[in-house]
Design a protein around this ligand. Structure first.
Ligand code: C5P
Length: 314
């Protein structure tokens, strides 16, 4: 090939690599409707981004490859089922280019924990590849690709707080009037989201499942930043099926409320459990008590809301 401007054959314009930071989420309300003909469930899903993050770095490579570091890295699939890899493939296909990129995931979000860690990596890879390849894909198109990747992926891009309807992918951003403090108890092993939805179907069989709707009291608690009101309004329809599949989570929930948490619930499809607390000091105390209780693998403190997927400066 012709050397360009005496170049070395590498691209001289684009960045060498792009790193994107992406938050985890907790569902402060997860109202689940009856199974639809396509197998998905209509939801009223109130997402809140929390300050546990993965970082995805995209670097030019000969072919699409994925690596992962972090305490749970061995549980992350590195093949094309990884949402980060799928994001690169979908974006490249849209633009008729090859997805030749190395994606490195620095993982801090619990794996298969109900905190949208895989979705975070999908949104992070999408934004990183878009910047690395200089595509400037419009935001609405990025959100479409996110929705194709999975129901929770659009929220990982947007962050903050949002109401997800449909299967959770149609987002309306929500105002949040203050910071909330959380403790997350990370369980041993994961729970599969489809299996938990299947258990919801089994437990609700023969009953009249109401149309899912967002709780006005919960939206008001978010808007005003009222921790006590939020504690009273937390609700997760996947909690009963998660507990049915993993009865030991009841002891974790009890350990957190015994230690002074204002409220406890299963995060999304679990098995991570979430504890809303008054302030940073209470968070430390509840995290220490949860760790000492022996009912979880580890406990993490975090605050919300957190920003959505963000490109980090070099
Ligand atoms: O959209 P996503 O790929 O993350 O969904 C994973 C699985 O979770 C789906 O295959 C389905 O079994 C279940 N699901 C559901 N209803 C939703 C979202 C997810 O039943 N609204």
């Amino acid at each position: 090939t012709e050397p360009v401007g005496g170049g070395t054959g590498g691209t001289s314009d684009g960045p060498r690599s792009v790193t994107v930071r992406v938050p985890a989420k907790v569902n402060v309300q997860l109202a689940v409707g009856a199974a639809r003909p396509d197998g998905f469930h209509d939801l009223a899903n109130v997402f809140l981004a929390v300050s546990l993050h993965d970082e995805v770095t995209a670097t030019p490579a000969e072919a699409l490859t994925v690596t992962c570091e972090g305490p749970d890295a061995d549980k992350v699939p590195l093949d094309r089922t990884n949402l980060a890899a799928r994001a690169a493939e979908l974006l490249a296909a849209r633009h008729g280019i090859a997805p030749d990129v190395h994606l490195h995931i620095a993982k801090d979000i619990p794996v298969a924990g109900g905190m949208a860690g895989g979705s975070a990596d999908g949104a992070g890879a999408l934004l990183a590849c878009d910047a690395l390849w200089g595509l400037n894909t419009p935001r609405t198109e990025l959100l479409d690709i996110c929705a194709e990747l999975g129901s929770d992926v659009p929220f990982s891009l947007v962050g903050g707080a949002a109401l997800g309807t449909g299967r959770g992918e149609r987002l309306t951003e929500l105002p949040v009037g203050g910071a909330f403090h959380w403790v997350f108890a990370v369980a041993d092993g994961g729970l599969s989201t489809p299996v938990v939805f299947g258990e919801f179907d089994r437990l609700t069989e023969g009953t009249d499942v109401p149309e899912p709707a967002a709780s006005p009291a919960l939206l008001e608690a978010l808007r005003t930043g009222d921790t006590t009101a939020l504690a009273g309004a937390l609700a997760n329809d996947l909690q009963a099926p998660a507990l049915s599949l993993r009865p030991s989570l009841a002891a974790t929930l009890a350990a957190g409320t015994d230690a002074g948490a204002l409220a406890a619930l299963v995060s999304g499809s679990g098995p991570t459990t979430a504890f809303l607390v008054k302030d940073a000091e209470a968070a430390k105390a509840v995290a220490a008590a949860l760790t000492a209780s022996g009912t979880c693998r580890t406990a993490r403190t975090a605050t919300s809301p957190a920003a959505g997927a963000t490109i980090l400066p070099d």
